[in-house]
Every structure is written in C-alpha cells, then in structure tokens.
Design a binder for this molecule. Structure first.
Ligand SMILES: N[C@@H](CCC(=O)N[C@@H](CS)C(=O)NCC(=O)O)C(=O)O
Length: 282
C-alpha cells in the first residue's frame, strides 16, 4: 500500500487539486492534507507554499475559501494545506473546545501528558510532511515558503524563524504574534507545554524574532475590523519586536476587513507573489 492514500483529485486551473491521507509518525495516527499542483508540476519540480490554517479549520478550509489556486497556477507554485491537528484522538478534553485540542494544535510539540502522544504539529509541519511530500510530489524543497492565518499565522512565523533553511519565505494573515501574552496562547501553551512560560518562548514569534532575524522581508496583512485584533492578535507587538531585532517587516493594516476568509481571499494574490518572488518564480 502506498504511504499516501488519495482521497480525491480534481482538475483546477489546468492543474490538480487533491486531498490525501497518510499515517503520521509525529502525530501518532492518520493525518489529512490538501495539495494543489499547478500545470507546471506536470513538467518540472516547483516551489512549494505551505498554508497553515487557524482555529476550527481543516485541510479543506483554505483550499476551498482562500481562492489561491488561480494565481498559484500562473506562478507555478505548489500549495500545501495541512489539517490543523490530529483527529479522533480519543483523548479526554480534546474535543468540545474550539480554542484547544482537535482543530487547535497551535503548531507546537506538546510535552505534557496526555497531549504529547499526539499533538506534535511542529514536528509534523517542519519535518515529517515536507519529507513525505518530496517522495510523492514534484516539489523543489529547496524553495519552500510558508504562510498562514491567525493560529496558522503564528505557525508560519514560528516555523520560518526556527527553520530558516526549511522555509525561505514567510507571510501571514492576522497572525497570533505573541501567544505568551494573549488568552489563546495562555490556554493552549499551558496545557500543551506546561505552566513554565520559559518553555513557551520557542513558539512565540515576538520572542524568536528578537533572538534571530529571518533573511527576507516578512509580509503581514491585518484587517482593522478583525474582532480578535486587540484581544488576541496585537500586531503592534510584532512590529515592535521586529524593530528591536532588526527584522524587515511589511505590516499592512486594512480598514473594514474582518478575520474571515473574505479578508484572506482579498489579499492572497499579494502573498503568493511575495513568496514567488522570494522563491525565484518572478
Ligand atoms: N469560534 C468562532 C471563530 C473561529 C474563527 O474565526 N476561526 C478562524 C480562524 S481563527 C477561521 O478561519 N474559521 C474558519 C472559517 O472562517 O471558515 C467560529 O467558529 O465561528
């Protein structure tokens, strides 16, 4: 049996939109992800852009709602949309709370029982999934970028800052930039990582960027009408941390836009072009 099971594949903008399932060692069970292969992928290895989704989302959310395929087809970018956590874990407390557990993996490797056995999304995204994709899809892994939304924006920023050899370009939509300082982060990190905030810094973009900058400009878009802006997102903290760390950042604030995929689809093209340029496609 192939290590990747195809759930569906459909023609899309002359490429192929597929959904897949495999057994994940990192997460100790089955995981699903979506891949869009642009038409160029039929002939050559293509750069790859990972899109990490937010709370309550699955591999389907950005695939269906972001509207990224048309421009990815033009630019020759492979798109990878992973699920946001392991599923059907059977762990007590893993379902029923949209801010924690299944659908809310926060892209960390949990160290605390009972989460540590399954909730290892950092290792999954940084190592296991890229290695798996290389064996099945025509990815030019040397040219990988990462983006994401909200919790996934936090994932994208922390992955890129921690693994600059793996991810050569980074951007985010309405990201959680300082999880150690906001309720979403407190709740998830205290359970996944334990009560000592010192262990949280490795997953906090504001902390990471003060330690080491990313080689390239970080692009962030943020809607001013986002209901989570002042309570959970606080982009000004990342702006300040980047200034202190000497990180190049373009933070764009857009009047009237909220937290939804209507906001994301309005600016996804700019993000694809940002990555394509950094990955040598423009
Ligand atoms: N709990 C609220 C808010 C959740 C929320 O806004 N999730 C964002 C990510 S943090 C999202 O992308 N939701 C999926 C969607 O809009 O399709 C809900 O379920 O409506």
């Amino acid at each position: 049996m192939s290590e990747i099971e195809t759930i569906s594949e459909q023609r899309c903008h002359d490429g192929v939109q597929g959904f897949y399932r495999h057994h994940s060692e990192s997460c100790g069970g089955p995981m699903r992800f979506a891949v869009y292969q642009p038409p160029q992928a039929a002939r050559e290895a293509c750069p790859v852009l990972y899109f990490l989704a937010g709370l309550t989302c699955t591999e389907e959310t950005a695939t269906i709602k972001a509207g990224a395929q048309r421009v990815a087809a033009e630019l020759g970018l492979i798109l990878v949309m992973p699920d946001t956590s392991p599923r059907h874990t059977g762990i007590d407390g893993a379902i029923g709370d949209w801010e924690f557990g299944e659908g809310a993996g926060f892209y960390v490797d949990a160290t605390q029982s009972p989460w540590a056995s399954r909730f290892r999304m950092h290792d999954y995204i940084a190592s296991e999934l890229p290695a798996l994709l290389k064996r099945r899809f025509p990815v030019d892994a040397e040219r990988s970028g990462i983006t994401g939304h909200s919790m996934g924006g936090h994932g994208a920023l922390t992955m890129a800052l921690r693994h600059p050899q793996q991810f050569r370009s980074v951007s985010a939509f309405a990201p959680i930039v300082a999880p150690s300082q906001v309720p979403w982060g407190h709740k998830a990190f205290s359970r996944y990582l334990g009560d000592d905030p010192a262990t949280w810094a490795d997953y906090d973009a504001c902390e990471l960027v003060r330690r080491r900058t990313f080689d390239g400009t970080i692009l962030i878009d943020q809607g001013e009408a986002d209901g989570f802006l002042t309570s959970q997102l606080k982009p000004e903290l990342f702006d300040q941390a980047c200034a202190e760390g000497g990180q190049s950042l373009v933070l764009r604030r857009h009047a009237g836009y909220d937290h939804s995929y209507y906001f994301i689809t309005s600016f996804i093209e700019d993000h694809l072009r940002h990555h394509a340029e950094a990955l040598g496609r423009l």
